[in-house]
Write a protein that binds this ligand. Structure first.
Ligand code: SAH
Length: 294
């Protein structure tokens, strides 16, 4: 995960100009670069690059050089990204979220569930995934699409957080689901959430970093793999992920900023997957791939 954000503050037009300069300048490297609207009325935007502490001096120097020709008036600002970012994000907004047929809601909103909804009850807490983040909602939408279109006999939810995506799969299909997270607290919360959603069997929750567990071999290969992590680890994991994918299987990846989309597509095309569809939500993308020909 990135630790620092370096950014400039300017107008929308110039923020896009800076984005072009940075995308070109850092082109071959794996940095997340993005523009964000801060204040629509006053046309205030930021263009940011996300990096680790030890890279700061180098990146700051190179960025200053890149900005020198046309944007030398813009100061480079810095923000430390708090460790608890995932949790803070999961507390954003408390209203129910619709994604396809799914309605993800807190316990205080049970009365909002309509007859044909596939309801998932998740209270904001110690794990990411209340449905409010564009990446979770994007995954939910594609899960429904995949399940409608194809036979799915088992599934993997890597980086399960609150368990929301594993619960979503299990609500649609009576198939075994393996759900893993690097964070033992998330695994505990996810188990509790499954129980609250009346799912007592069918999902095996395990603590594991990446693909480091025998559980993957025990349950795989998978017809459906969902991983909402972040672009960099996803790119790194591509060869292992595809090793655990069944022939003709589907992959749903998220946690990817729009500017990183092509890098992820390139990494997964390189291991034999074809791009089916990208969903865009609030600057984040969810990408759906198929094994072999889409
Ligand atoms: N699947 C949920 C949560 C996504 S947040 C949703 O879509 O809303 C990403 C989760 O991935 C976090 O809980 C984080 O702890 C976990 N994670 C990050 N890197 C990981 C890794 N290398 N292996 C397993 N889990 C990871």
């Amino acid at each position: 995960m990135s630790e620092i954000r370096l950014y400039v503050t300017t107008t929308e037009t110039r923020a896009n100009g800076v984005l072009d300069v940075m995308t070109f300048g850092f082109g071959e490297e794996d940095y997340a670069i993005a523009t964000t609207e801060v204040d629509e009325k006053n046309d205030i935007w930021e263009t940011s690059i996300y990096l680790m502490f030890e890279e700061e001096d180098d990146i700051r120097g190179r960025l200053a050089e890149m900005l020198a020709p046309d944007f030398s008036d813009l100061g480079i600002e810095r923000e430390i990204i708090p460790e608890i970012d995932w949790i803070a994000k999961s507390l954003e907004g408390l209203t129910p979220v619709r994604a396809g047929r799914f309605l993800v809601h807190g316990s205080h909103d049970r009365d909002k569930v309509r007859l044909n909804d596939v309801a998932i009850e998740i209270d904001a807490g110690q794990a990411f995934g209340t449905g409010h983040h564009g990446t979770t909602a994007g995954c939910l939408e594609v899960i429904e699409e995949v399940v409608r279109a194809r036979k799915v006999r088992n599934a993997l939810d890597l980086g399960t957080g609150s368990g929301v995506l594993a619960i979503a799969v299990r609500k649609l299909l009576p198939v075994p689901v393996l759900a893993t997270d690097i964070d033992p607290i998330a695994v505990r919360v996810a188990k509790e959430n499954a129980r609250r959603n009346q799912i007592v069997t069918g999902i095996d929750f395990r603590t594991a970093p990446g693909f480091h567990s025998t559980a993957f071999g025990d349950y795989g290969p998978f017809d459906l793999i969902i991983a909402n992590i972040l672009a960099r680890p996803l790119i790194r994991m591509a060869p292992q992920l595809v090793n655990h994918l069944a022939d003709g299987g589907s992959v749903i990846l998220s946690g990817i900023l729009a500017a990183q989309r092509w890098k992820v597509i390139a990494a997964y095309s390189g291991v034999g997957l074809s791009h089916v569809r990208t969903i865009w939500r609030n600057g984040w993308v969810t990408i759906h791939f198929r094994h072999g020909k889409g």
